[in-house]
Design a protein around this ligand. Sequence first.
Ligand SMILES: [Zn+2]
Length: 238
Amino acid sequence: MYKRYSQKKKKINKMKVFSVFIIVMIIVVSIIKNINRNYIMTIVDDRKENIETMKNGTEIEETIQEDKYITASLVSKKEYPDEWLEDFNKKIIELQKEFPSGTYWNHAGSMQDGNSVTNTPCNHSKDGELYCNSYHGNSDNAYDKKMTSVQCLGFASMLSDKVFGTDAEATRFENYDDIRIGDQARINNNSHTVFIIDKTDDYVVVAECNADYKTCIINWGRKIPREKLKGWYITRWK
Ligand SMILES: [Zn+2]
C-alpha cells in the first residue's frame, strides 16, 4: 500500500516537474520571440525615422534655400536679354552665400584690407573707416568726387563688378523708370548707395552695406518704395 502510494507520488512529482519545465520553456521562447520582434521593429522604426528625416531634411533645406535668398522676379523677363535674369539670380545667390545678411563687410581686428566678412561690427564713431573694407571699380567714376569707396558705395560697386565685370563703363542717370536690375541708386541726400536686385514700377529690392551708417552691416532684400528712392542712379547697362 505504502509502495503504491509512493510510486504514485513519484509519478505525480515527475509530471509536475515536466509541466513546470514546459511552462518555463514556453515563457522563455515567447520572451525571446518578443525581444527579437521588438529589436526588429526598432530597427525598422529607426530606418523609417531616418528616411523620414532625410526626406524632411531635404525638403526643408530646399524650401529654406528658395525662401532664404533674394532674387529678381522673372516677371519682367522680356525686358532683359535671354537667360540674363536667370544668370543674374544664380550670381546673386552665390553672392548672398559669400556676403551673408547680418555679417559685416569689414576686416575688424585686422589691418589687412580686403574682401572679407566678419561677425564683428565696425564702430565708425570710434574708429572711422579704419576697419572698413574698400573696393575700387568703375562705378567710382559716376560720383562727383572720387570717393574712397568704402562702406555702402564700395560694397555696391563690388557687387556691380561681380555682375557686369570690371570693364563695364558706369553711367549716371536720374529717371526711376530707366532703372534696370543690377543698377545702383545713390539716395538719402547723396549719403547712401544701394544695389538693385529687383524692380517694379512701385518699388525696388536692394542689397546694401552700412544702411545704419554705423557698422558696415550687410543686408539683402530691403524693399524701397519708388518715392523713397530719390536721388540719382548708376548703370553698367549700355
Ligand atoms: Zn565700416
